[in-house]
Design a protein around this ligand. Structure first.
Ligand SMILES: Cc1cc2nc3c(=O)[nH]c(=O)nc-3n(C[C@H](O)[C@H](O)[C@H](O)COP(=O)(O)OP(=O)(O)OC[C@H]3O[C@@H](n4cnc5c(N)ncnc54)[C@H](O)[C@@H]3O)c2cc1C
Length: 433
């Protein structure tokens, strides 16, 4: 496909995408594939570091639609065949092997270095004809003075040059920076899921043998905190600890000291890291789960973390980023064809993204409840183990989960669905320019 010259700014763009993470690049690649003129503005120079390394099996479907499923194998990312849970005394639960649940290429998923994964998606967007400008930070959206709809963005490049760009649709894919959510005060935090994460990398850590070599391990801490243990390529393991702020910072704020202290709280983590060497820096993030009050505005759509972020215990972030990018691309293409890019056109999009998020959010709430354990649930309802696995692999749209959630509610309370996220700001419908 012929690349578009980014200096041809006199030619109108159909869509501006802010942010070139998985959500932004998926939206951009699919819209460009449909022949839309797409401009992506990304503040960083790629490849750049990012957290979010463990994929869910159902990422495969969007990657396959993008023509990237085989590329994932070619790159040789670590293959992830299961998830396992480990008690503080080191007792390992029966792993959830995806291939035992269903026979499909998606049953093998991956642990990815995001530098490589995100670059692959950016290359795809470019290859499909989208123009991607790196080191170009979007400062704000531009609204039409007469009716308030979003008609473009203002950006600043690394050399300080400011530009304005115009298109009927702007996609906010700015990740946890969440540009529109921050500017419009649309962020609604999930108070129950207000955790802190500290993470770093190790070399020469123990890898489990055979099928479990690439598994994600979730290892418990007292008080429902947990470790992730993600084996990656090049002898590296990503290890993070997630818990309540008061628990983690109880006697120090130094991430290295906290990590060293917590490693002794789980026997499996302790033994797996015993021969290992810590490498690189320690990373810390708070501001955990949130969702935007609205999924769209007139002339704008929010995707991925820019729309909502859910605690990463079940590795749902990249899946939801890819899926929302895919859903948004289809909705935007239809809206452009219809000549109506008002927020109302995107209500169904918001409902779909919220449906997936809500289903994942319920199981995340259960995970953090003192009374809940997967062992308890499966013992009481062995017939629901397949459905539980469906949820854990990201098959959130394929079936109803009422019986599973009813069974969980025999053990612990679950939250009601949030009544926002799919709603739209109340403003008049707007015709596309
Ligand atoms: C501690 C932690 C652990 C996690 N672990 C996992 C995991 O194991 N598995 C998983 O699936 N998910 C995980 N996640 C979630 C995952 O990181 C995100 O869900 C995913 O990266 C979202 O993709 P995105 O495209 O929406 O945003 P991002 O990947 O954050 O991409 C957003 C892009 O927008 C750019 N940008 C931001 N602001 C601007 C601006 N103003 N102008 C231009 N560009 C801008 C950024 O530079 C960035 O490149 C984890 C998250 C955290 C915090």
């Amino acid at each position: 496909m012929k690349a578009i010259d980014p200096t041809e700014t006199d030619k109108p763009w159909d869509v501006i995408v802010i942010g070139a993470g998985p959500a932004g690049c998926t939206t951009a690649a699919l819209l460009a594939e449909k022949g839309r003129r797409v401009l992506v503005l990304e503040k960083e120079k790629f490849p750049r570091y990012h957290i979010g390394e463990s994929m869910m099996p159902f990422c495969w479907y969007t990657l396959n639609r993008l023509g990237l499923a085989e590329k994932m194998d070619e790159i040789g990312f670590t293959q992830k065949l299961s998830v396992q849970f480990v008690a503080t005394d080191g007792m390992v639960s029966r792993p959830f092997y995806f291939f035992q649940h269903y026979d499909h290429p998606s049953a093998t998923t991956w642990q990815v270095e995001r530098m490589v994964f995100d670059q692959m998606l950016m290359d795809k967007a470019r290859g499909n004809g989208a123009v991607v400008l790196e080191e170009t930070k979007v400062l704000d959206t531009i609204r039409d003075e007469s009716d308030g709809r979003i008609v473009g963005v203002r950006s600043e490049s690394r050399d300080g040059r400011q530009d304005t760009w115009f298109a009927p649709v702007t996609v906010d894919a700015t990740g946890r920076d969440a540009l529109m959510v921050s500017k419009n005060r649309w962020r609604s935090r999930d108070p129950m899921l207000n955790k802190v994460a500290i993470w770093t990398y190790y070399e020469d850590a123990v890898r489990d043998p055979g099928l479990d070599a690439g598994s994600t391990t979730v290892a418990y801490l007292p008080g429902k905190g947990w470790f992730w243990y993600i084996p990656m390529r090049d002898n590296r393991v990503s290890v993070g600890v997630v818990a309540e702020r008061d628990y983690l910072f109880r006697d120090t704020r130094d991430p290295a000291e906290i990590m060293a202290r917590e490693i002794h709280e789980n026997k499996w983590i302790e033994s797996h890291l015993a021969p290992a060497r810590q490498v690189g820096e320690y990373w810390v993030t708070g501001e955990y789960s949130y969702r935007s009050k609205y999924c769209a505005d007139d002339g704008a759509v929010l995707v991925g973390d820019a729309f909502g972020f859910l605690d990463p215990v079940f590795s749902s972030g990249v899946f939801l980023a890819l899926k929302s990018g895919e859903l948004a691309a289809d909705a935007i293409d239809e809206a452009l064809t219809a000549g109506d890019v008002s927020a109302g056109r995107f209500q169904h999009y918001g409902e779909q993204v919220c449906l997936g998020m809500e289903r994942m959010r319920k199981i995340v709430y259960a995970f953090y409840n003192e009374n809940f354990s997967f062992g308890k649930l499966v013992k009481a309802h062995p017939e629901l183990r397949p459905k539980l696995t469906d949820l854990l692999i990201g098959n959130v749209y394929g079936m109803e989960f009422d019986d599973l959630f009813a069974a969980i509610e025999e053990i612990c309370a679950l939250p009601a669905d949030l009544d926002y996220g799919m709603k739209i700001p109340e403003r008049g419908a707007v015709a596309a320019a």
